[in-house]
Design a protein around this ligand. Structure first.
Ligand code: SF4
Length: 75
């Protein structure tokens, strides 16, 4: 279990991973790299969210917005 406990949006979550040049916006699509959620290959917008949220800057990797995401988790 990670140390998260309350709901928050992907746009300000450290487990959100987006394309290298993508804008940090609600409509940007990326993947969730929370360790326990990685097997599900969740593709989420900045406006998505969950209760594993942890405040931070997004990670960046090419392929993060593919369907399904093809990037390796950067953290
Ligand atoms: S789905 Fe949850 S853990 Fe994953 S990036 Fe969004 S808020 Fe963070």
């Amino acid at each position: 279990m990670s140390e998260t406990s309350s709901w928050g949006p992907c746009v300000s979550c450290k487990w959100w991973q987006i394309e290298p040049a993508a804008a940090v916006e609600n409509t940007t699509m990326g993947q969730c790299i929370d360790e326990d959620l990685q097997p599900f290959k969740l593709r989420v917008s900045g406006n998505s969210g969950c209760n594993r949220y942890m405040k931070g800057e997004p990670a960046r990797a090419k392929g993060s917005s593919d369907r399904p995401p093809s990037a390796e988790p950067a953290r």
